[in-house]
Design a protein around this ligand. Structure first.
Ligand SMILES: *[C@@H]1O[C@H](CO)[C@@H](O)[C@H](O)[C@H]1NC(C)=O
Length: 382
């Protein structure tokens, strides 16, 4: 048993949290290169994407992190064993990019892997946790995503090694959002909050509606493990990548909002369709995602083809998402009692997709003809 594990073990009894780095108070919002660009990334893309985050108004509504995913590094460490960025694609280095982000009011993040190599075969952090944590801090990183490839030889225990990196990051003194990407294998929701600021709950999202459904289903009944400083992470957004219909993109965003998932954009901001941009900038849904002081939403009803997710918000209102998983339209009825409201009549029912308000609605709501893969998302006030 090594020291970080012992510390966590003791912390269970003292009820102290092991990670206490002051970040991730609400779910992170930002951009990551992987979903759209995979390894096809360079400095120009980083700069133009950061510029777009600002000019498209995304930074104004809360998207602050620009994160590079895999493939930013050179194929070898330097003579001192330090990570270095690829000299052709990132000639100015990551410190330059983080300075650029900070100068423009953004934050900057990157990717590494707990194993011997990254998923794409670049140098992994195994054997270099403390050294790499220092490199991340020296470069001014605000966010680090740590992946889980190449961890079977030697066989790594995620609870131990992620805690080791947490402590290494802490020692640098820099506040860095720590994103655990262990694909949900070792029930990270049970130990994630002590160790990181978010933890992936399943394998990588794919650009398809089926994958969106599968990823969000993994969040059922685990909302109670998340909250201020540590979040369930069903993976990054596929909105704007052309694989989902408009209704599916709205549903994707509604489900990620109500479950307090990280909102990390994964499309090409240089060519994002207006309709997708409008979804990502829905400030009423974002407000549900970013609600301070309440536990994330959870599924309260799951009988195919209907799902209902609710979140009690800190002002006493309740957010609700009703999802039609069918390939046909669906009629539905909900009651205020069913979604956890104590009043018989809702004084204000705000539709967060249509941006309309209904007042004094008694008993519940009936909707006819909710389209395939579409949602209704309301915020109800007693
Ligand atoms: C390091 O950990 C201590 C103890 O939990 C905490 O008070 C401090 O804020 C942490 N510092 C950083 C930079 O995470």
């Amino acid at each position: 048993m090594n020291k970080p594990y012992l510390f966590c073990f003791l912390a269970i009894f003292s009820t102290a949290l092991c990670i206490n780095n002051g970040v991730g108070i609400t779910p992170p919002m930002g951009f990551n290169t992987w979903n759209h660009f995979a390894c096809d990334i360079d400095e120009n893309l980083a700069i133009s994407t950061m510029d777009k985050m600002i000019s498209l108004g995304l930074s104004d509504v809360g998207y602050e992190y620009f994160n590079l995913d895999d493939c930013w590094m050179a194929s070898e460490r330097n003579a001192k064993g330090e990570l270095v960025s690829d000299s052709k694609r990132f000639p100015s280095g990551l410190k330059y990019l983080s300075d650029y982000a900070h100068k423009n009011g953004l934050k900057f993040g990157a990717y590494e892997c707990m194993g011997t190599e990254t998923c794409q075969g670049y140098p992994g952090s195994y054997g270099h946790y403390a050294q790499d944590a220092q490199t991340f801090a020296d470069w001014g990183l605000d966010y680090i995503k740590m992946d889980w490839c190449h961890t079977s030889d030697p066989e790594l225990n995620p609870r131990l090694v992620y805690a080791e990196l947490r402590d290494a990051l802490n020692k640098t003194g820099r506040q860095i959002f720590f994103s655990i990407c262990e694909w949900g294998e070792d029930s990270p929701y049970l130990w994630g909050k002590k160790t990181g600021n978010s933890w992936r709950t399943f394998l990588d999202i794919q650009c398809s509606w089926v994958s969106v459904e599968v990823c969000v289903d993994r969040l059922m009944e685990i909302s109670k493990y998340a909250g201020e400083g540590g979040w369930n992470d069903p993976d990054m957004l596929e909105i704007g990548n052309g694989c989902l219909s408009h209704d599916e993109e709205v549903s994707h965003f509604a489900l990620w909002s109500i479950t307090a998932a990280p909102l990390i954009i994964g499309c090409d901001l240089n060519s994002i369709p207006d309709s997708s941009l409008e979804i990502l900038k829905n400030t009423e849904m974002i407000a549900v995602n970013q609600d301070k002081g309440s536990v994330p939403g959870d599924c309260i009803y799951d009988l195919y083809p209907k799902q209902i997710w609710t979140r009690k918000l800190s002002d006493g209102s309740v957010a609700v998402v009703i999802l039609n998983k069918n390939i046909f339209s669906l009629d539905f009825e909900i009651t205020w009692e069913q979604i956890g409201l104590s009043c018989k009549t809702v004084s204000k029912l705000r539709d967060l997709v249509e941006h309309t308000t209904h007042t004094n609605v008694a008993n519940g709501w009936t909707e006819n003809g909710l389209k395939s893969h579409a949602v209704k998302m309301f915020r109800a006030y007693c």
